[in-house]
Design a protein around this ligand. Structure first.
Ligand code: HEM
Ligand code: HEM
Ligand SMILES: [Fe+2]
Length: 458
């Protein structure tokens, strides 16, 4: 670690893992409810569990992105954070808003709009909180001696994330108009501006881990940003097929969303090519696993499984079924969960001065969680395909079909157990790393020495 204020990242990462654990608890509640064991129904009905599960996901990912940014930006800009204290205030505010929202969901205080369930008064607080964060990061970049493309792409991804939350707050009592704007947040986040955040973190990690020149890595980062926007913006149309929006969205959505996997394919080629090109290997091999794993899993989960249901002729049958949940899990895990865990794996040894990446537990966490997630995606896929067939082809009633597919959720619970063991081992390592007490190493200002000086290259 080169800057004192980078330590704040650790607190965001710790918060992130805490919320992540809680998210999994609600996942299990739903898996059991789907399997026919809905014992907690009176206390936590399905819609409350689902809302809590998905909102905790978004919250822990945002906390992870913030932690990653507080780590990356001082190093890129070559200065301490502009307002280190504000970062702590902003974290506490985030947690307070988050906990209030979660408690509120359990008491029936929610908006009932998938992914945007947080009630309006809290929405304003979310925007203020994220703006505090964006201003702090922006001030650090703009007053720092160095402005890198990586930091810029990260910054604009974060700023756009904050601004794009606003269309989701436009008040209307028209269901179609409401859905139209809702997708500006949900789609343009995960298939637009979050990809910039992911691309920038990926670029940062590749610069550090492979030793390839910054110029080369950043040039390709721009290419990926270009493909993302070219396909992702009009790709929003794949949510406008059957919701009452004009029919021109069918061809537009089909063509542009079919191009979206290219950005994810680009990131796989990018990560693997840079790893091969860089003759040097960073000793923190587990950070390389998570980084390259993220590129590969995001291509499969977002690119391949996204494409699988993106054409109108397919989406007509799969829309809003467990096929969507299959893709949702694979994409969120591959792209955003894994990039946050990659950033933690890379930065923890530097923040704490310990080198647990040499331990077997780091490998166990990686493989167990990933194999568990592949199995979970398989369980959702089989349940989803059966659901589509019985409900949309055979024409059976929704609830009768849910009864038929209960068995797949026993499979889901087993797969999720494996996955959760992997995550818990990751958290066990996080705890073993301890608090950030690592020493500052200022000797690495020279870019060419960036990787070696950091961790005694083998
Ligand atoms: C990392 C990137 C991505 C993430 C995290 C993600 C996640 C999700 C989630 C959570 C949903 C459900 C949303 C809701 O119903 O409210 C969804 C829907 C959808 N996604 Fe993705 N996705 C990603 C990328 C993609 C890509 C690249 C494609 C196309 C190639 C795609 C195609 C779709 C389609 C067609 C739907 C609508 C499903 C339906 O009609 O029920 N996604 N995605
Ligand atoms: C213990 C592990 C987990 C279990 C058992 C689990 C289970 C579930 C279940 C049963 C649903 C509801 C599907 C429905 O609407 O019927 C769901 C929704 C969802 N979960 Fe999980 N989950 C787990 C972990 C995760 C993780 C790690 C992520 C992200 C990385 C995630 C992301 C999502 C998303 C995005 C949705 C909404 C999908 C959609 O819009 O269709 N879950 N989960
Ligand atoms: Fe989308």
């Amino acid at each position: 670690m080169k800057y004192e204020s980078q330590r704040v990242a650790w607190w965001f990462f710790a918060t992130s893992l805490l919320l992540f654990t809680l998210q999994l608890v609600y996942g299990f509640i739903m898996a059991f409810a789907h399997a026919g064991y809905d014992g907690l129904h009176e206390l936590v009905p399905f819609h409350v569990a689902r809302t809590t599960h998905t909102n905790l996901l978004v919250m822990w990912l945002l906390s992870g992105f913030m932690g990653a940014s507080y780590y990356i930006v001082p190093e890129e800009a070559r200065r301490e954070l502009f307002w280190p204290k504000l970062a702590y205030v902003q974290l506490i505010a985030l947690v307070v808003v988050g906990v209030t929202a979660i408690v509120g969901f359990h008491l029936g205080w929610w908006e009932g709009r998938k992914f945007l369930e947080i009630p309006r008064p809290l929405d304003y607080l979310v925007v203020v909180d994220v703006l505090m964060f964006v201003v702090n990061i922006g001030a650090t970049i703009w007053t720092g001696p160095r402005k890198t493309s990586t930091a810029m792409v990260l910054y604009f991804g974060l700023l756009a994330t904050a601004l794009l939350y606003i269309p989701g707050m436009l008040a209307t009592d028209n269901q179609t108009v409401d859905s139209y704007w809702r997708w500006w947040v949900v789609h343009l986040w995960v298939e637009g501006v979050w990809e910039l955040i992911m691309g920038a973190i990926l670029a940062f990690l590749l610069i550090k881990l492979t030793g390839v020149d910054r110029e080369v890595i950043e040039k390709w980062l721009y290419v990926i940003v270009g493909i993302t926007f070219l396909s992702g913006i009009l790709g929003t149309g794949h949510h406008y097929y059957f919701i009452g929006t004009p029919s021109y969205w069918k061809p537009i959505g089909a063509v542009f969303s079919a191009l979206e996997p290219l950005a994810f394919l680009g990131m796989v080629i990018y990560a693997i090519a840079m790893l091969r090109k860089g003759g040097r290997r960073h000793p923190n091999s587990i950070a390389i696993y998570w980084t390259v794993g993220c590129a590969i899993f995001s291509f499969v989960g977002a690119g391949f499984l996204g494409f699988a249901h993106t054409l109108p002729s397919v989406n007509l049958y799969t829309h809003g079924t467990l096929v969507t949940a299959m893709h949702g899990h694979a994409a969120f895990w591959g792209a955003y969960a894994m990039i946050v865990l990659a950033m933690m794996s890379y930065s923890l040894p530097l923040l704490t001065g310990r080198k647990l990446y040499q331990k077997t537990t780091a490998q166990v966490a990686f493989w167990t969680s990933n194999i568990g997630m592949v199995a979970m995606v398989g369980a959702f896929a089989t349940a989803g395909v059966a659901q589509v067939y019985l409900e949309r082809k055979v024409g059976m009633d929704f609830l009768s079909v849910q009864k038929e597919i209960e068995v797949h959720f026993i499979g889901l619970a087993l797969a999720a157990t494996l996955f959760t063991i992997g995550v818990l081992v990751f958290i066990y390592d996080f705890i073993r790393y301890g608090k950030p007490v690592g020493e500052l190493s200022r000797s690495t200002e020279d870019e060419s020495a960036e990787a070696p000086a950091e961790a005694n290259l083998a």
